[in-house]
Design a protein around this ligand. Sequence first.
Ligand SMILES: Nc1ncnc2c1ncn2[C@@H]1O[C@H](COP(=O)(O)OP(=O)(O)OP(=O)(O)O)[C@@H](O)[C@H]1O
Length: 234
Amino acid sequence: MLDAIEVTKQFGAKRALDNVSLCVLPGEIYCLLGANGAGKTTLVNLFLNFLQPTSGSLQIGKLDVMNQSLETKKLLAYVPEQITLYGVLSGLENLAFFSSLATGERLSRERLLELLQAADLPRQAADERVATYSKGMRQKVGIAIALAKNAKALLLDEPTSGLDPSAANEFSELLVKASNEGVAVLTTTHDLFHAKQTGTRIGIMKQGRLVEDLRSEDVSLADLQALYLKHMKN
Ligand SMILES: Nc1ncnc2c1ncn2[C@@H]1O[C@H](COP(=O)(O)OP(=O)(O)OP(=O)(O)O)[C@@H](O)[C@H]1O
């Protein structure tokens, strides 16, 4: 569903991505680890067509991200680290606004509440102003927007950074729920525990290269930590 094919991205003299190939199938959760500056966000931004590759190509559902930008965007939902919502509007009003932008449809209040419930937002919060929400609650509205869009692929950039362990765990469960419905999930993270717990696949990036591409079930958390540290030291 999400395919990066021999992607290189150069920013002037800086090679942010160096011949990266990666594939995320429907129902998979691919967790991308790597030190600051390893190229994780650059890869996410290429899938979003915010950036264009210097060479190589990216596909979503076998459609080319650059040449079929509108079609690929319809398949995709994105939850950034700091999700931008209107603080003066409630969670439900934000969902109504952003889902209508994404789909062109106006959803009923019942449907909006259903989506917020599926994203595990406490019922009483739906009508409260987002300015009063915690980061975890904002992230849940982001997931509800993705659900409203019926996205086939979900991109997330460090979604659990700044969340307490229990909120991060709840968020991970939402990703698992989405993947169980066949969504392909690609998420960047610095949290090895989260990657091992949530990911079906784990990639480690170093200086623009994908140096490991693992099946989560093939490594223990201790092995993953050792492998990660080995790559970071070299
Ligand atoms: N617009 C840009 N212009 C120049 N260099 C850039 C630009 N965007 C990213 N870079 C560089 O590309 C490299 C990869 O950056 P990227 O943000 O993808 O890393 P990252 O793995 O997401 O890091 P972090 O974990 O800190 O978010 C870094 O060296 C960064 O400085």
